[in-house]
Design a protein around this ligand. Structure first.
Ligand SMILES: [Fe+2]
Ligand SMILES: [Fe+2]
Length: 367
């Protein structure tokens, strides 16, 4: 079908009267001026006035997210099903996979809840909100991934999706996060005071730096260790896609945290910085406990000490990026993880899938 916008000759005599446009009241906080845009503390409910862009980084992260689009159902699971059902994995190896599926399956939805219920309301800048909408969709895709894996491998869905209650090392990580979300759902909560801004920053550090930047990384390294040995490659590929998305989420979060601090420097007191460092140190302990619960006996030459070292290394990098001092001076026991993360920038990585989506984006209205 070809759309036809030619409506034929005008029926001349009907000349519409010029519409009466009422004068709009002048707003005291007119945000049309780009230099009046702020990351927080503008109006919560307003038109999403995207342009002129002020925070170019937020728009760039949004474009990166769109360019990385993928769906879990595109990843073939045949080899994983044969490995899983053919009993080609040891009990310890199965435990590693089950625990990580259990943690990620619900962690993704905690991140999505926090984004939509807590962060979106407080971040009043339009280009950041545009990114948050994209991120929220990606978190839904990640949750979908675990549904797809559980279905493909015929796993006990109640066991996987119930681990956040049943496995203490997972429950401890999730509790820390849920408390942060709950604190912002208090109807009295506002970022209008320094205390409120600090509470909000604590939430952002708790989710972007701790959850997506630390709590995910022992799991990424465990699952990608299987992938490096050419086992469970379907799950491995899905985790590579998730890792690539999470890298953008982390980068956005760090830009947002640093941007809010730059606009509100009075909140960044020594006490507050010490408080954040101690929270991150606590998170590293929880992640080390989690690694021990996944790897009580070690697999593939890997043991929980190596993962603890890796988590410390990752935590130091996150601390530095938000202007806090390194705590551990740890070395990276898995240098191949950095290569995996950097692969996302290389030309051929994920090329076919990205190209497919780009091709699909030019719609054909010709028939
Ligand atoms: Fe995610
Ligand atoms: Fe994420």
């Amino acid at each position: 079908m070809v759309l036809d916008f030619d409506l034929g000759p005008a029926t001349a005599t009907l000349t519409p009267a010029a519409p009466v446009i009422p004068d709009l009241p002048k707003r005291a906080d007119d945000r049309t001026a780009n230099d009046r845009k702020r990351l927080i503390n503008c109006e919560t409910v307003d038109v999403n006035q995207l342009m002129p862009l002020k925070y170019e980084w937020a728009w760039e992260h949004y474009l990166n997210g769109c360019a990385n689009h993928w769906m879990p159902t595109e990843v073939p699971m045949g080899a994983d099903i044969a490995t899983w059902k053919g009993n080609r994995l040891s009990e310890d190896e199965r435990l590693v996979i089950m625990r990580n599926l259990g943690f990620f399956s619900t962690a993704e939805s905690l991140v999505a809840n926090n984004l939509t219920l807590a962060i979106f309301k407080q971040v009043t800048n339009a280009e950041c909100r545009q990114y948050l909408l994209r991120q929220a969709f990606e978190e839904a895709i990640h949750t979908h991934t675990f549904h797809y894996i559980v279905e493909s491998l015929g796993l006990d869905e109640k066991e996987i999706f119930g681990m956040y209650r049943d496995i203490p090392a997972i429950a401890a990580k999730d509790e820390l996060e849920m408390e942060l979300t709950a604190a912002l759902l208090d109807p009295e909560f506002s970022t209008a005071t320094d205390e409120g801004t600090r509470k909000f920053l604590e939430n952002l550090v708790g989710f972007y730096v701790i959850m997506e930047g630390i709590f995910f990384y022992a799991g990424f390294a465990m699952i990608l260790s299987f992938h490096r040995q050419n086992r469970m490659t379907g799950i491995g590929e899905q985790f590579q896609y998730i890792l690539r998305d999470e890298t953008v989420h982390l980068n956005f979060g760090i830009d947002l945290i640093n941007g809010i601090v730059a606009e509100n420097p009075q909140v960044w007191t020594q006490d507050f910085r010490d408080h954040l460092v101690s929270r991150i140190r606590h998170a590293v302990e929880l992640e080390a406990d989690y690694a021990r619960s996944c790897l009580p006996n070690g697999v593939m030459g890997l043991n929980s000490n190596l993962f603890e070292e890796y988590v410390r290394f990752v935590a130091d990098r996150r601390l530095e990026r938000i202007g806090l001092p390194r705590q551990y001076m740890a070395r990276n026991p898995f240098p191949w993880m950095s290569e995996t993360i950097d692969l996302g920038k290389e030309k051929n990585f994920f090329e076919s899938r990205v190209t497919d989506y780009r091709r699909g984006a030019s719609l054909d209205w010709g028939d």
